[in-house]
Structures are given as C-alpha cells and as structure tokens.
Design a protein around this ligand. Structure first.
Ligand SMILES: *[C@@H]1O[C@H](CO)[C@@H](O)[C@H](O)[C@H]1NC(C)=O
Ligand SMILES: *[C@@H]1O[C@H](CO)[C@@H](O)[C@H](O)[C@H]1NC(C)=O
Length: 361
C-alpha cells in the first residue's frame, strides 16, 4: 500500500523522487518541535509519527519508534547545529542556507565537499549536546544525570557529584541514531555511495568528539556565608559556539581523502598527515558557489552584502567573485544621545544616519 502510493508519487513528480533519495534526518530540526511534545494529537489513523517525518532512514524510524521521547531533543540538536552553521558561514559564499524540503540543505551537500563535512559534524555535535542536557534535566526515560567517573586531577577534598550533563549517553545515542543510516544499506565497495558513507561516518564522529574535547568541569562553593567550606563539581557541556568555532577550524584544515575498497581513508596528497578521528575529511573540492546554479543547488552570491575594505571572505573582492558590487546609501534610524534619568530609566533620541551598503553584482 505504502509502496504503491510512493510509486504513484514518483511517476507523477520525478523531482520529489530524486529529492526523497537524499532526505536528511536533520529535517527533524526543521519540523515544528511541538509535534514531539504532544505526539498523540498528530498521530493520524494507525500511522505512527515516526513514519510520517520525511528524511529519516528505515533504521532511524525504528530508533524513533523505540525512543520517541528522544526525538524532540534530536530535533533541537539538529536545529541548533543548522543555526550554528549559518553563524559560522555568514561571511562565506556558501552560507549554509536551507531549502524548503526534507533534504534541508538542497542538492549542494550531495557533493562530498568540506561544506558537507562541516554540516554533518555540527549536526551530530548538536544531538550529543541536546540529548546530554535532556538527560540531566530528567526529560528522558532511559537516562539521568551523568555517571562520569571522578576526574583524577580533582582536589581530594572536593565532592564529585551534583547532576552533570550526561555527555556519555548523548554521545552513544547520537552515534547510534546519526550513523545508522550510513550502515544499513550495503553499498558496493569502491562505489561513490560507499565512499560517501565512510566520509559521513568519519565527520559525524569528529563532531561528536568535539563536544567531548570541550567538556567542562563546573564547581560550586557551599558553606556559611560564602565560606566555601565544601566544593561540589560536576561535568558540564561547553557552549555550542565553542563547538562551532572548533569545527570551523577543523573545516579550514580539512583533509582531502580517497576511500579504499576496504573502507579506509587515504590522504590524497601524501605530503599531508593522516587525519585523526577529530579531523574533518572530504572527497571532492568544493564548487566556487559564485553563481546561481539550480542543478548544483548553489544560490550564488548576487545580492549578498559585502565589506568593501575587507580582504577576507566577507570582502567584496572574494564574496562577489570579481563581478564587482553595487553601492547604496540608506538612511537608518538609531537610538542616540541616551541619557540616564534618575531613577531608573534611559531616555534616547532617534537619530537618522546615512549608511553605505555594498552588495554583490
Ligand atoms: C544566504 O545567501 C542568500 C543569497 O545568496 C540569501 O538569500 C540567504 O538568505 C542567505 N541565507 C542565510 C542563512 O544567511
Ligand atoms: C551548474 O553546475 C553544473 C555542475 O557543476 C554544471 O555542469 C552546469 O553547467 C552549471 N550550470 C550553469 C547554468 O552554470
């Protein structure tokens, strides 16, 4: 029944079929999150919710059914990953913009590029973070506060306890959920899809490990009037911005690899060192993302705001790919001449200021 309907949809709309091929689990981050808060409302007939979210692979649907209470965390993790990606790439030609279908980023990330490496790693990191936090907050049935062992370097007098973020659980769940789709289909060794799966698995792991590498220790004083006679410490997640910054560095230093028939990664240029599990890898050089190309899924840089004086990726030279830029004078309203009025408010005037904006041709 399901198969027949899918077939009919494919014949009627070739496009949606090719799109269905590369639907992404990150689509969970694009769906309204309330869906998961109150699932019974949305279950139509006998079809469970997990079967109705486009982008999940069969294995992910099973995990979704088994751990439905985790799905709102997975969605939040994916959404945070996408937002962080857009922050990190706001000054680049490819700006991590999303499209309105279950592929999330459109056809452009079909290319096994550095950008695809980054997107996979940051989304996997997002899931580790949000699941680890949900465990701590008691939102999930199968996990609670961190059970991590006491670190060796902790002062003997300090208590290891409190309720830490369960990074170990977040890591394990993210590994199972995110990687399963790369393992369930047996691609022919040496094929493009086989290589891409190995690349994704490597970059997902690099993303998850970045969270572990940045995990913090939080300590708190107790005692009468701040005497700090007792200290309790626990494990805490890093800020997601730190994870984004680290993975952006890994992106800048990503290694081009080929995948052997046995599934090993081999450095393309032997002068470079072998990538560690913490590094990002890619198989193909990126397109230049300069012009709009709908086959490729590149939106081009025409109309992007650039900085006339910058020599970096946000500068008009690089961002506009040498096409030049338009200059516009606009008037913006700003708060100015603010005064503190006793007590307690701030009163400002509105000033109009001329601003010059440059946009790529
Ligand atoms: C990315 O750039 C395109 C123009 O090339 C713009 O339409 C889009 O809003 C930008 N997306 C983000 C997330 O900044
Ligand atoms: C879009 O990109 C593809 C793949 O790189 C290329 O073959 C094609 O010529 C491009 N189309 C346009 C209109 O530039």
């Amino acid at each position: 029944m399901e198969g027949t309907r899918l077939f009919a949809a494919c014949v009627g709309l070739m496009l949606s079929c090719t799109y269905a091929n590369y639907g992404s689990w990150m689509n969970l981050g694009m769906q309204g999150l309330d869906v998961w808060r109150n699932p019974q409302i949305y279950v139509v007939g006998t079809s469970p919710l997990c079967g109705r979210i486009p982008g999940l692979s069969p294995g992910q649907r099973k995990l979704c059914q088994l751990r439905q209470d985790h799905m709102s965390s997975v969605g939040r993790g994916a959404r945070a990953g996408i937002a962080e990606c857009q922050h990190q790439f706001r000054h680049s030609r490819w700006n991590c913009s999303t499209v309105d279908d279950s592929s999330v980023f459109g056809p452009v990330l079909q290319i096994p590029s550095r950008e695809a490496a980054f997107a996979h790693s940051i989304a996997a990191a997002g899931v580790v973070m949000s699941v680890a936090r949900s465990c701590r907050d008691g939102q999930l049935a199968s996990c609670g506060c961190s059970q991590a062992a006491r670190p060796d370097h902790l002062d003997d007098e300090w208590v290891w306890g409190g309720c830490g973020d369960n990074i170990h659980y977040g890591y394990r769940f993210a590994k199972g959920f995110v990687d399963v789709r790369e393992k369930e289909k047996k691609h022919k060794r040496g094929s493009v899809k086989f290589a891409r799966s190995r690349m994704n698995i490597h970059n997902n792991e690099a993303g998850r490990r970045s969270v572990i590498a940045l995990t913090k220790l939080n300590c708190k004083c107790h005692g009468v009037s701040g005497s700090c006679s007792a200290v309790t410490c626990w494990q805490r997640l890093p800020a997601f911005r730190e994870v984004g910054d680290l993975l952006k560095d890994k992106y800048d230093g990503a290694t081009e690899v080929t995948v052997t028939r046995r599934g090993r990664l081999r450095v393309t240029d032997r002068r470079y060192r072998r990538p560690t599990p913490e590094d990002l890898v890619y198989i193909q050089e990126s397109p230049d993302y300069c012009r709009k190309n709908s086959t490729l899924g590149s939106s081009g840089t025409t109309g992007r705001t650039c900085d006339r004086t910058s020599q970096g990726t946000d500068g008009c030279g690089l961002l506009c790919c040498g096409r030049g830029y338009n200059t516009q004078h606009v008037t913006v309203a700003e708060r100015c001449s603010c005064k503190f009025i006793w007590c307690c408010k701030v009163q400002c005037k509105t000033c109009r200021r001329e601003r010059t904006i440059h946009t790529c041709k």
